[in-house]
Write a protein that binds this ligand. Structure first.
Ligand SMILES: Nc1ncnc2c1ncn2[C@@H]1O[C@H](COP(=O)(O)OP(=O)(O)OP(=O)(O)O)[C@@H](O)[C@H]1O
Ligand SMILES: [Mg+2]
Length: 226
């Protein structure tokens, strides 16, 4: 069997609150193949965000393995992990997480700054990413001068500007009204149709419908695959 883009084997995650153990993931096996579009569903506290953090190499499991293209990344040091994450993974969050005092263009340039891309190329690629998402006339706007849907599109441009192998989205429509949320979901649908690999978490059954496969989590376990 060829290696998956990312594979989780028997992944467990325990958070510690002082002396108290909080089991967030209790043994998750999951393969994410190139061009997949998975939606994680399940009640609040079921482990969706924790799972996305581990898939996205933002956090390490307490037990089990994370294989990235077959490489066991649980053994990589923090710097190597950050480099892999920066080059190969894009993130979109519920709260947009844009830097408030930077323009849309500067926000989208940021991941390229960290990768050491020269200024002119950075600017061109960020402009192109924003134009593709219909924000060519909003380059110099700051986040507070943009609507929620526009801010989420800036966040999406920032996630895509590095051309990541994996796009991770945690409740990307959670802060948007239903019409604007639907517009963002259409963008995800089209990105996947063009071959982008996506894993998103959502409470919203309608949002989960855009994915090809839905996984239901309960108490830190995958209980259903639809
Ligand atoms: N940093 C943390 N420290 C301690 N416990 C945590 C931490 N992060 C999450 N948890 C706990 O881990 C469990 C899973 O949380 P997680 O955020 O993954 O759930 P979720 O499915 O994303 O929920 P929601 O739908 O509300 O976003 C919960 O019981 C939560 O309280
Ligand atoms: Mg969550």
């Amino acid at each position: 069997m060829t290696a998956a883009l990312v594979e989780l084997q028997e992944v467990k995650k325990i958070y510690w609150l002082g002396e108290v153990e909080v089991p967030a993931l209790q043994g998750v096996d999951l393969r994410v193949e190139s061009s997949d579009f998975l939606a994680l569903m399940g009640p609040s506290g079921s482990g969706k965000s924790t799972l996305l953090h581990i898939l996205g190499l933002l956090d390490r499991p307490t037990a089990g393995k994370v294989l990235w293209e077959g490489l066991d990344v649980t053994r990589l040091n923090g710097g190597k992990l950050a480099e892999l994450r920066g080059r190969r993974i894009g993130f979109v969050f519920q709260m947009f997480n844009l830097v408030p005092n930077l323009t849309a263009l500067e926000n989208v340039e940021l991941p390229l700054v960290f990768l050491g891309v020269p200024a002119r190329e950075r600017r061109n690629r960020a402009e192109e990413a924003l134009r593709r998402l219909g924000l060519g006339d909003r380059l110099r706007h700051r986040p507070n001068q943009l609507s929620g849907g526009q801010q989420q599109r800036v966040a999406l441009a920032r996630a895509l500007v590095t051309d990541p192998a994996l796009l991770i989205a945690d409740e990307p429509t959670g802060n948007l009204d239903s019409t604007t949320g639907r517009e963002i979901l259409v963008l995800f649908f089209e990105l996947n149709k063009q071959g982008r690999t996506i894993v998103l978490a959502t409470h919203d059954p309608e949002a989960a419908e855009v994915a090809r496969v839905r996984l239901r989590l309960r108490d830190g376990r995958i209980t259903e695959r639809l």
